[in-house]
Design a protein around this ligand. Structure first.
Ligand code: ZN
Length: 162
């Protein structure tokens, strides 16, 4: 039987991501290095995983994904003021600088500096694509069974396996 995109399959995709008419991200135009992911474990955004389910090798699809099934709605509560003293001196505290913050659970959270004052720094912890409609054009470039190890880890092991 022809393989299809389904749970426990490692899927290789080539894609072009467009937001507001602007190409924001894509795999190599020559298709030489597609993105590999393990289907069914939430390794990619939910809307894309859903849209790809059932597709066959070589199939192409255009899909628009709402914030709800993409990177979430923009959350005003995720824009917070922090004391300047909370930042290591090695970090340049300037508008637009992207940081990795560590929360109380040790989780790494990406944040962007959106305002700078003498005593305090405002950071936005929303995903840069939060609140955006994402337009993907996706081509299925490869389908294979996941290995036991990949299933145990919950992600695909590509060329740069660990
Ligand atoms: Zn692994």
């Amino acid at each position: 039987m022809e393989k299809r995109v389904e749970d426990s399959i490692v899927v290789a995709i080539n894609y072009i991501l467009t937001v507001d008419g602007e190409v924001l991200d894509s795999t190599d135009p020559d298709g030489a290095s597609p993105l590999e992911y393990l289907h069914g474990v939430g390794q990619i955004i939910p809307g894309l995983e859903k849209a790809l389910t059932g597709m066959e090798l070589g199939q192409v699809k255009k899909v628009t994904i709402s914030p709800e099934e993409g990177y979430g709605e923009f959350d005003p509560d995720a824009v917070v003021w922090l004391s300047r003293e909370d930042f290591p001196e090695s970090i340049p505290l300037e508008l637009g600088i992207e940081l990795e913050l560590q929360d109380g659970d040790g989780e790494i959270q990406l944040a962007t500096i959106v305002d700078v004052e003498d005593e305090r720094i405002q950071v936005d912890m929303n995903h840069p694509l939060a609140g955006e409609n994402l337009h993907f054009e996706v081509t299925i470039a490869g389908l294979r069974e996941a290995t036991e190890e990949e299933l145990a880890h919950g992600h695909a092991h590509g060329a740069h396996s660990h």
